[in-house]
Design a protein around this ligand. Structure first.
Ligand SMILES: *Cc1c(COP(=O)(O)O)cnc(C)c1O
Length: 359
């Protein structure tokens, strides 16, 4: 039998979130970012629910291939572009669009004689990860204009380092640097990720590139996607497989990190870091047992977690245990584990059963 750990993907939530982004987008077009298997929700099912987006953003040509194979004919942008000259032919065959951020990619395009590819020119406005420096943007744009293998319309894009902090001056500086670098140059502008959609309306431009909020996830400290009117698209649940009574003073689990302050019931649930539940989740991380709030105690192990059942004395073996979902924001679990919600939803392993809720 398969394991009990089950991720339920709420397709209605995905559709709701796209509609909400559309409301906030005004005239701007919306790229649904579906990299990392749709932030762990499953690429094909996510793309089906978000088929109304103007484009999809992926991190790999292979993901573009999967979307084409599933019948999607929307624009698809490979967010880090070709990794080799040979990728250009593959991207052309699949009608994928290339983010160009490096001179090596310009060299491949220059030497290429195929049909024009659509190109997004990535500007490094201050994150200093990928992109051409601001002082080179006009020159690179001119190079692209002279290449037969490049479509006439080039989209200017940039990525923010700290847009989740709504008062961080770095974002204002990045917006200004991008504006200056692209001033007077022809082509649409694409600046905003999810957090910038929420906190930086000045960065709206012609395209929004939205990942997290599509899945109902927020990276804004202390605020969940639901706080902004979005709905979480993943619930993670399992079942209790044992209930044991600990005596006062007995220690629990690996490294015996937790000690019972009194005689008490402890539930054992069938999920662990082998399923993608974070080992770094500390004692006190909330779960729902049969809908009632309880806390994880002791170390998360590969297949199991242990739960303080003193507040849920009616709990029974077989009861559902929810690790995150609409009633228990994954953002709160991420806080307890010292990470962000994106890492948790991306981290589901192959032994987790995925089911769809099309309610
Ligand atoms: C992942 C990514 C996004 C989406 O970011 P979210 O915070 O999930 O909205 C946008 N742009 C680029 C270039 C990305 O890599």
């Amino acid at each position: 039998m398969s394991r009990l750990a089950t991720a339920t993907i709420h397709l209605d939530a995905l559709r709701h979130n796209l509609a909400r982004i559309r409301d906030m987008a005004g005239e701007a077009k919306v790229m649904a970012v579906v990299k990392a298997d749709g932030y762990g929700h499953g690429l094909e099912r996510v793309a089906r629910a978000l088929a109304g987006a103007d484009a999809f953003g992926v991190a790999a040509i292979a993901d573009g291939l999967r979307l084409r194979a599933a019948g999607h004919d929307q624009r698809i942008v490979v967010l880090s572009g070709p990794d080799s000259a040979a990728d250009l032919a593959e991207m052309r065959r699949l009608k994928l669009e290339a983010v160009i951020h490096h001179d090596s990619q310009l060299d491949w395009l220059k030497a290429d004689a195929g049909e024009p590819l659509r190109v997004w020119l990535k500007v490094d406005s201050g994150m200093h990860r990928l992109g051409f420096p601001v002082e080179r943007v006009a020159e690179v744009r001119a190079q692209l204009a002279a290449m037969p293998a490049v479509h006439d319309e080039v989209v200017f894009m940039t990525h923010f380092a700290a847009s989740d902090e709504f008062d961080n001056a770095l974002t204002a500086q990045q917006i200004a640097a991008f504006r200056q670098a692209t001033d007077g140059l022809p082509g649409p502008r694409a600046l905003s990720n999810s957090a910038a959609v929420l906190g930086w309306p000045a960065a709206r431009g012609d395209w929004l590139r939205v990942g997290g909020l599509m899945y109902g996830l927020s990276v804004v400290a202390g605020q969940t996607g639901a706080d902004f009117g979005f709905r979480p698209a993943m619930s993670l649940a399992t079942r209790l497989i044992a209930i044991n009574r600990l005596k006062a003073g007995q220690r629990l689990g690996y490294a015996a990190t937790w000690q019972a302050p009194e005689d008490m019931p402890v539930g054992v649930a069938a999920i662990g870091y082998g399923d993608g539940y974070p080992r770094s989740a500390v004692s006190g991380t909330p779960v729902l047992v049969h809908g009632h709030r309880a806390e994880i105690i002791g170390r998360v192990s590969m297949d199991l977690v242990t739960i303080d059942l003193r507040e849920v004395p009616q709990a029974a073996v077989g009861d559902a245990v929810t690790l995150w979902g609409p009633q228990l924001p994954v953002e709160h679990i991420a806080d307890q584990a010292g990470t962000i919600s994106y890492e948790l939803t991306c981290g589901m392993t192959r032994r987790v059963l995925f089911v769809e809720d099309d309610g």
